[in-house]
Design a protein around this ligand. Structure first.
Ligand SMILES: Cc1cc2nc3c(=O)[nH]c(=O)nc-3n(C[C@H](O)[C@H](O)[C@H](O)COP(=O)(O)OP(=O)(O)OC[C@H]3O[C@@H](n4cnc5c(N)ncnc54)[C@H](O)[C@@H]3O)c2cc1C
Ligand code: FES
Length: 320
């Protein structure tokens, strides 16, 4: 049973337990968000012992070299001693400059950072609750050249952070954010490669950034963007997406709903089936899938089986 040394105390870590679970079981409050190795809130440095390879996935080479790792996915294989990383170094204040509902449950927040914020379209930021310290990730719908950061926040029933952002923030308030993080973004590896983008709900946020980023880089291949929702009221940004499709012949936008009538210019049915019948052969395509984790994982599998290479499938599952 590996021993974890933290802040001068030793804690036994059960077989199969992550370091985050071990410390929480012993009553310690450790910062965490997604608890699945995505948001990087729980990043910590090992001062003794080697972190598992899994727990360093997605970290920068420089962080790996310094023994940083994610406690929420690290099941230690040997005794380890930890130092809590100083995350406050990466946090900054961002002022709410616009707050607007995009449909009945999705809020658009625009934020201005106190300092320059360097990111790539499609990455996400971690927002910290000012009173409880709760951290949640939200994808960036903006481009770095835009004046403000743009977030699309879906109201989740009884959701602590989404409820707070919908109901308790106002224009002029300062939020604490850190990041950016995430590997789901456009890269200029092949300007002629056809791109498939599938957004589920607020999964449109990163893809709205990525599609505009691809166009800005002069992407020449066809770009098909599907936006999936349960029903028409869950869709948003149809005007913005139709405007892009009007402006660029290579951009094709298909709003999709599971229930009820098909939206204008869109389709009704299961999103996996709709994508499969629209583009049966994805050999040579690059695929981006963002939003609800269960649907994202199913779509990734569908796209792989339709011929897309795993290395060409990028995704941001909104794990919760
Ligand atoms: C990389 C990443 C990017 C993300 N980007 C976005 C984004 O751009 N926009 C966005 O709206 N969200 C996004 N999320 C999800 C977001 O981080 C939160 O999980 C979400 O807002 C719920 O947090 P909460 O504190 O309001 O709910 P909590 O208080 O954590 O949860 C309340 C209850 O709702 C359930 N629940 C939580 N989330 C959902 C959900 N999505 N659907 C159904 N039930 C749920 C929980 O299991 C719990 O029972 C992203 C997540 C990740 C990991
Ligand atoms: S809590 Fe560990 S990466 Fe999100």
């Amino acid at each position: 049973m590996p021993l974890i040394t933290f802040d001068g105390h030793q804690y036994d870590c059960h077989q199969g337990e992550t370091i985050l679970e071990c410390l929480t079981r012993h009553g310690l409050l450790v910062a965490s968000g997604c608890q699945s190795g995505v948001c990087q809130t729980c990043i910590t440095k090992a001062v003794k012992g080697r972190p598992t390879a899994d727990s360093q996935k997605g970290l920068k080479d420089t962080q790996v070299a310094q023994n940083y790792f994610l406690t929420c996915v690290c099941k230690p294989e040997e005794d380890m001693e930890l130092a809590v990383a100083d995350l406050s170094k990466g946090s900054m204040a961002a002022t709410v400059v616009e707050k607007q509902l995009l449909n009945e449950s999705v809020l658009r927040l625009r934020l201005k950072c106190e300092h320059e914020f360097d990111y790539v379209a499609g990455q996400f930021v971690n927002v910290k609750h000012p009173e409880t310290g709760l951290v949640r990730s939200y994808s960036l719908a903006s481009l770095p050249s835009d004046e403000a950061l743009e977030l699309h926040i879906k109201r989740v029933p009884d959701g602590r952070m989404s409820g707070y952002l919908h109901d308790e923030t106002s224009v002029g308030d300062a939020l604490s954010i850190d990041g950016p993080a995430g590997e789901c973004f456009y890269t200029i590896k092949d300007l002629d490669q056809p791109l498939l983008m599938v957004a589920v709900g607020t999964g449109l946020a990163p893809l709205y950034g990525i599609v505009r980023d691809a166009l800005k880089h002069g992407h020449r291949g066809e770009i098909h963007l599907f936006h999936a929702s349960l029903a028409i009221p869950g869709l948003y940004y149809s005007d913005e997406m139709n405007a892009l499709a009007d402006q660029y012949e290579k951009v094709h936008y298909t709003p999709c709903v599971l229930h009820g009538d098909a939206p204008d210019g869109g389709k009704q049915g299961d999103i996996q089936q709709l994508v499969k019948s629209a583009i049966p052969d994805l050999s040579g395509w690059r695929v981006y899938v963002c939003g609800d984790p269960a649907i994202v994982n199913g779509l990734k599998q569908t796209c792989f089986l339709a011929g897309a290479s795993m290395a060409d499938i990028y995704s941001d599952p909104f794990v919760f």
